[in-house]
Design a protein around this ligand. Structure first.
Ligand code: HEC
Length: 278
């Protein structure tokens, strides 16, 4: 587990660019105003979601490259019908994200996550309305789009989802239900779209947001590990501190979490999380 994707680097630099935020959150603001930092709205939703998008991007890149990519070489299967009882397989990257999104829907944090596109495999993933318009703007500048949706009053942040690995391109181009067959590496394939009812958050609300996201990942991960238990003994990977790049292994959740933290290291996001006790 060594490489970081182009989008991950992109996020690292984007988030580093906002370094003054940390100072504001933990030094200047509480002292200047003399109130409890946890009760004040210290972050704009745009800033919060930009940090969460970094975490999500690192998680997804790690899953796509190190679990799906390397796991396949060890004979592990990944399938869009992974949740069906009679299919023993792991989730595709988009369905991993969908699983996390579903967990978020069940949590108390009013955060929604959606991976959409203008040329989707799954028709219900097609952007419509204002999000479709904003996605066309993203096609031109390849930058995140942040806006308030007047019909719901929600803050929406859309982050570009690039074809960062050859597998993204080949699987989408060859898929029976694809609506586009000429994707190329590094193309903008879609956008990770987050919605939140407020335009700013307290530090506590931000922590709750990140921890619900992480709980969602943990829950999808444990569903995947349960699925692996159904494999015959000789095909079943050992779950622990090793990765498929070493052989027939799958990382336990703590190992996965450690690697995501390592990838995020040095970013403002990790500095922020280090200062806050969960
Ligand atoms: C092995 C096949 C496979 C691979 C590899 C794969 N995808 Fe997908 N992807 C799918 C399928 C199938 C769906 C539709 C899932 C659903 O929502 O039912 C999907 C959904 C998506 C969507 C939502 C829009 C749509 O097409 O429905 C985006 C965006 C997306 N994938 C981007 C990527 C990117 C970027 C990568 C590489 C990092 C990737 N995919 C890797 C099969 C794949």
């Amino acid at each position: 587990m060594t490489s970081v994707s182009r989008p991950a680097k992109f996020w690292t630099f984007t988030v580093l660019g906002g370094a003054s935020l940390l100072v504001y959150l933990f030094a200047t603001a509480p002292a200047a105003l003399g109130t409890d930092a946890t009760e004040r709205r210290t972050l704009s939703t745009e800033e919060a979601l930009t940090m969460l998008a970094l975490e999500n991007d690192l998680t997804r890149t790690l899953f796509t490259k190190e679990i799906v990519g390397k796991g396949k070489k060890q004979g592990l299967k990944f399938d869009e019908a992974w949740a069906d009882k009679d299919v023993v397989a792991g989730p595709l990257p988009a369905l991993f994200l969908r699983g996390v999104a579903e967990e978020l829907t069940m949590s108390d944090v009013p955060l929604r996550l959606f991976l959409g596109s203008d040329f989707p495999i799954e028709a219900t993933n097609r952007f419509d309305g204002l999000q479709a318009e904003k996605f066309q703007a993203m096609r031109l500048d390849l930058k995140p789009q942040h806006f308030t949706d007047p019909s719901t009053g929600e803050h929406v942040s859309m982050f570009p989802d690039f074809a960062s690995a050859p597998a993204c391109v080949s699987c989408h181009n060859e898929h029976a239900r694809t609506s586009k067959t000429d994707w190329k590496i590094n193309d903008l394939m879609g956008a990770t779209t987050w919605s939140y009812p407020e335009d700013s958050l307290t530090t506590d609300e931000f922590i709750a947001m990140v921890s619900e996201y992480r709980k969602g990942v943990e829950s999808v991960w444990s569903q995947y590990l349960e699925e692996l238990e159904e494999l015959e003994a000789e095909k079943r990977p050992e779950v622990g501190d090793k990765w498929p790049s070493h052989g027939l292994y799958i990382p336990a959740h703590e190992t996965l979490r450690d690697s995501i933290d390592q990838l995020a290291n040095g970013t403002i996001f990790m500095d922020l999380m280090d200062k806050v006790t969960l």
